[in-house]
Design a protein. Sequence first.
Length: 424
Amino acid sequence: MVITIIAFIVVFGILVFVHELGHYMMAKRAGIMVREFAIGMGPKIFSYRKNETTYTIRILPLGGYVRMAGSQDDEEELQKGMPLTLQLNSEGQVTQINTSQKVTLLNGIPLELTDWDLTDGLWLEGYENGQEDELKHYVVDHDALIVEKDGTPLQIAPRDVQFQEATLPRRMLTNFAGPFNNFLLAIVAFAVVAFLQGGVATTTTTLATVQKDSPAYVAGLKKGDRIVQINQTKIKNWRQLTQKISQSANQELTVTVKRQGHLQKFQVTPKTKEVSGQKSVIIGIQSKQKLNSSVSAMIAYGFTATWATITAVFSALGAMFTQGFSLNDLGGPVAMYSFTSQAAHYGLTSVVSLLALLSVNLGIMNLLPIPALDGGKLVLNIVEAIRRKPLEEKAELTITLVGVAFLLILMVLVTLNDLHRFFF
């Protein structure tokens, strides 16, 4: 149990960290200020500030975010009538704006806020020490800090460092960088799996085992047979073989095998089997594998396995639209925990392999054209390129809120379904 929890937190943490690191690094290159780099959600348990960015760890290890200046995730911290404490430099400019009761500024000036502009004019006004007969006006330093209610210090976000001020290509690259990093992580993780295994296990079309009473066993296939053709399709590799079978549920297939140097034909009818709510089409065979332990093969495996996973995910997405949608086709944190538990039981290699698979899935899911996801943001970028101007802020916010509501509803339904699938 403890090992599973640790493995889950590590796997989920790496996925989120690598994804958000992509956004962070590209934003920096694009000249966009990253105000906060957060791992986890909810209340802050740790923060560290360096240069213009505050790095935080939050209590719930279920997500994370990069808070870019001026983006939709960058909420307004100030409100009229809010009590503040200001810290000034030797030139009388505001260098810190404290909105928190948890932080005390040395020699801070108490102020009741009446108006402000921290984007263009860089000033704020209010009543000092409760004296409402005199309105005070303060100039705010370009690099001033604002201390949020939970005590997190963030740099203010003047217009010149905001997200929308970057060029459209740079904003698009910033939105794409998170999923791109997930694909890079998958490549590295699959290569690590190959090294941990001591080489790349190459599947062949030669049968290592034939399960008793399976469709293949009933048809007469045996260990050592090499499948060379299904119906009129010549079979060159195991992936081609499994794809042909998965598309032929309850359909009789003519399977040609080479046995002891002679070709023989058998009639096999694949059947559908359900495991943990997932349906698969099988004939009951396993492949004989060869091990290639060259370094080049193990590195190449990172790329080939990632590409194979990407194509498999897109095939699954296509099937959801052509064969009908089911919540069993999706999985949330509960499913991830269950898969991590199974992987942890089999050891480090299985956990790293799961990390690679989840990273590909996270990258692709984030590229779906759903508002609030990276793919939805890219769609808005494309619309802006076509219109040659961005959507109105109100329209973009409405679209994003609809996307957030959709994702929240879907997350609740998927989580409830996962609880029923895996624990009841």
